[in-house]
Design a protein around this ligand. Structure first.
Ligand code: CP
Length: 308
């Protein structure tokens, strides 16, 4: 396998690289059962998190992952940095480059910023979410979680529900799960369904038709109000009634034995109820735990300074 400097999206990964990351996450997850969950793999390396958008899971997950690999971790605090005085992304990167960090984990509201940074640093750049474009480690942890449940994903069906149009998670996760042989369906209001959806993805406008398709997994998305510059549905209550996982729909999932996923953060009362959050076949906490193992595997796989 050719050494790879950056992880920017799912599309540029080879099948061999996907398999390498997913299979190496297994022994990393086994570490979590030990009282000492740390290995010296990245001792002497430094990982920096550069988040221009808020994050709970992704940033802390990378920090825990790097810590378990014995890397040093530093956070670049955008809010209290010279970025607020107008410093450009590339000027910030030039400064970080001079500090000789090994990994830069970046999140930005603009698609393509991680690619731009990657071209301007010898550090390994990991895209932790850029605009609507990509969130590759979310996709990898979702695939890892589903492989724990189904072993072989070929033929299993996953229905993604919600704001697909603005979702980097839907784009990356759907692409990866399809590559691993899953059948994908989208359920969304017309205003939140992308105009161009590959023919092999089933599209639905209501729960009844979507459930008739017999999904094995329901993958809820957050309504991304920060990316909606115009109303895409009349109100949160209307959205919940027509597209949310109501208590009645939780009962349908239970009766059919369906699994539930969500990348977080959740909007309780909009895409999911409290009952939905407590659903016994929810994989949400498993996704969070697996995120650490998968990100350890990604850090282990990447080669800072590699030419490709
Ligand atoms: N899933 C995800 O990206 O969550 P955060 O926004 O909390 O990082």
């Amino acid at each position: 396998m050719t050494p790879r400097k950056d992880l920017l999206d799912i599309a540029s990964l080879t099948d061999e690289e996907i398999e390498f990351i997913l299979s190496n996450a297994v022994p990393f997850k086994d570490l979590f059962k030990r009282s000492v969950k740390k290995v010296p793999t990245l001792k002497g390396r430094t990982m920096l998190t550069l988040f221009y958008e808020p994050s709970t899971r992704t940033r802390s997950s990378f920090e825990v992952a790097a810590s378990r690999l014995s890397a040093d971790i530093t956070h670049f605090d955008v809010e209290s940095s010279s970025v607020v005085k107008g410093e450009s992304v590339l000027d910030t990167v030039e400064t970080l480059e001079a500090m000789k960090v090994d990994y830069i984990v970046v999140r930005h509201k603009q698609s393509g910023i991680p690619n731009l940074i990657a071209k301007n640093t010898a550090a390994s750049v990991i895209n932790a979410g850029d605009g609507w474009h990509a969130h590759p480690t979310q996709a990898l942890l979702d695939a890892f979680t589903l492989r724990e449940v189904f072993k072989d994903l070929r033929g299993a069906r996953c229905l993604i529900v919600g704001d697909i149009q603005h979702s980097r998670v839907a784009r990356s996760t759907s692409l990866l799960l399809r590559r691993l042989g899953m059948n994908m369906g989208y359920l969304a209001p017309g205003s939140l369904m992308p105009r161009e959806v590959p023919d092999e993805i089933a599209r639905f406008g209501n729960w009844s038709d979507a459930l008739d398709w017999k999904p094995d997994v329901i993958y809820l998305l957050r309504v991304q109000s920060e990316r909606l510059d115009e109303p895409f549905f009349p109100s949160a209550a209307e959205y919940h009634k027509h597209y949310g996982l109501t208590d009645a729909r939780v009962q349908i999932l239970r009766d059919r034995g369906l699994y539930l996923m969500h990348p977080g953060p959740v909007n309780r009362g909009v895409e999911i109820t409290d009952t939905g959050m407590d659903y016994e076949k929810s994989l949400i906490n498993q996704q969070v735990e697996n995120g650490i193992a998968v990100r350890m595997s990604v850090l282990y796989w990447l080669r800072p300074g590699a030419s490709v």
